[in-house]
Design a protein around this ligand. Structure first.
Ligand SMILES: Cc1cc2nc3c(=O)[nH]c(=O)nc-3n(C[C@H](O)[C@H](O)[C@H](O)COP(=O)(O)OP(=O)(O)OC[C@H]3O[C@@H](n4cnc5c(N)ncnc54)[C@H](O)[C@@H]3O)c2cc1C
Length: 385
């Protein structure tokens, strides 16, 4: 089926990005993979390419485009080459929607130009060592000082993507104790300067996949956060998270779909070249059937993400629809990548083959941004169950 979601401008951006990845990422990727992080300077290159400003309003140095389609192309193209842009997906895909929705004009003036130029990289910290799925259970606190000029932040976060390189972190913290009737009340979003006293980056975590994104532990000991750096209204943090998580989940669905499509491409190339029992692996009927079954699933996933992208751009992607897209595409990707790896035999298990990296990178899609079980909870609630 012809894809209708992207126009000529999008395709021209795709071509530029593809060339950039070939020239600036692929030659260095093994080194970054071994180091477990991309160099900080690489983010300036992404900024020069205009990646961070696409959806930022023009008055703050961006291109002012109000669409998720470029994000989708970035996910597709990085995955196509089996690489990633470190933790920068969080900077744009997760943090920017909060800034656009909640920052005051004064805050946008302070933050967005440096966001676009990569002078300041952003991360978002929701998860804590004791709580991930159940965010209302968070223990990090932000207490307003007696003179009302700043919050005093105490607590710890974990699994924070971009946590090593981040200059500013949107930290979710309790500004009031949970009420008995509604545990979700009393959570606020604070923008924390990572150079502030009492702010510490703990371990850079050693992960199964996504090796080039820096995922870290963070801790806060009496960190002073000026009241001017409260994002949105005090106590409404949980509502804001609920509002923005659908975009994050659709982003994960797009990435998963793209991984599955890339896996088929890698497998197709491989089975045509590999000779076993005197014939290419591609000649076995099993290989053709396996790849055909994978293709049918990827076609379905593509239809789901394309509809999701259109719905998000139109402003009517519901939380349940985003959860459904994430659940479906991530489960499809897991199955397809596994089957494609199988067709590689032992070589599929070697990190030098991109299918091995895809296999490892894909696993987290069913965990972060809300687990598959949490997605099922959201969907079943929406079904009235
Ligand atoms: C690589 C990576 C990057 C991440 N980046 C970030 C980031 O940048 N910022 C951030 O804040 N967080 C980040 N996370 C955290 C991520 O969002 C959480 O790991 C995820 O939400 C799950 O939380 P948890 O790990 O505490 O698992 P838990 O909540 O402890 O879940 C354990 C198990 O219990 C199941 N479970 C939980 N609740 C239910 C339920 N109601 N019904 C049935 N089963 C249930 C889960 O599905 C899971 O199988 C990242 C995680 C990873 C692995």
């Amino acid at each position: 089926m012809k894809r209708t979601v992207f126009d000529e401008d999008h395709e021209s951006f795709r071509a530029t990005l593809r060339a950039f990845i070939e020239a600036e990422v692929v030659p260095h990727y093994d080194e970054w993979f071994q180091a477990g992080i991309v160099p900080r300077d690489f983010y300036y290159k992404l900024a020069e390419l205009g990646i961070f400003g696409i959806e930022v309003p023009e008055e703050y140095g961006g291109a002012g485009l109000d669409t998720f389609k470029y994000e989708a192309i970035i996910a597709e193209e990085t995955t196509r080459a089996a690489v990633m842009f470190g933790g920068s997906g969080v900077h744009v895909m997760l943090c920017l929607p909060y800034l656009k929705m909640l920052a005051t004009p004064e805050q946008k003036e302070r933050w967005l130009p440096k966001f676009v130029s990569a002078e300041e990289m952003w991360a978002i910290a929701m998860t804590e060592p004791g709580t991930g799925s159940d965010l209302a259970g968070m223990k990090t606190t932000a207490k307003l000082s007696e003179d009302g000029t700043h919050y005093i932040l105490n607590g710890a976060k974990t699994f924070i993507t971009g946590g090593v390189h981040a200059d500013r972190v949107i930290v979710c913290a309790r500004t009031a104790a949970p009420s008995a009737e509604n545990r979700r009340l009393g959570i606020s979003l604070l923008v924390v300067d990572t150079k502030a006293e009492g702010y510490a980056v703990g371990r850079k975590l050693d992960k199964l996949g996504l090796r080039t994104s820096d995922t870290a532990e963070l801790s806060f000991t009496d960190v002073r956060v000026p009241v001017e750096d409260l994002l949105g209204e005090e106590g409404k943090g949980f509502y804001y998270l609920g509002h923005n998580l659908p975009q994050e989940r659709l982003g994960i669905a797009v990435g998963a779909y793209a991984q599955a499509a890339a896996a088929i491409r890698f497998a197709k190339d491989y089975v045509q070249a590999r000779v076993v029992f005197g014939q290419p692996v591609a000649a076995f009927q099993n290989t053709k059937f396996e790849l055909a079954a994978c293709q049918a699933k990827v076609d379905a996933a593509q239809a789901v993400v394309d509809r999701g992208i259109e719905a998000l751009d139109a402003g009517d992607l519901t939380p349940a629809e985003a959860a459904s897209a994430k659940l479906f595409c991530t489960e499809v990707a897991a199955e397809v990548i596994d089957r494609c790896l199988q067709l590689h035999g032992g070589y599929g298990f070697m990190n030098e083959y991109p299918i091995a990296r895809l296999y490892a990178d894909n696993r987290v899609n069913r965990i972060y941004g809300g687990t598959s079980e949490v997605m099922k909870t959201i969907i079943s609630k929406d079904m009235g169950l």
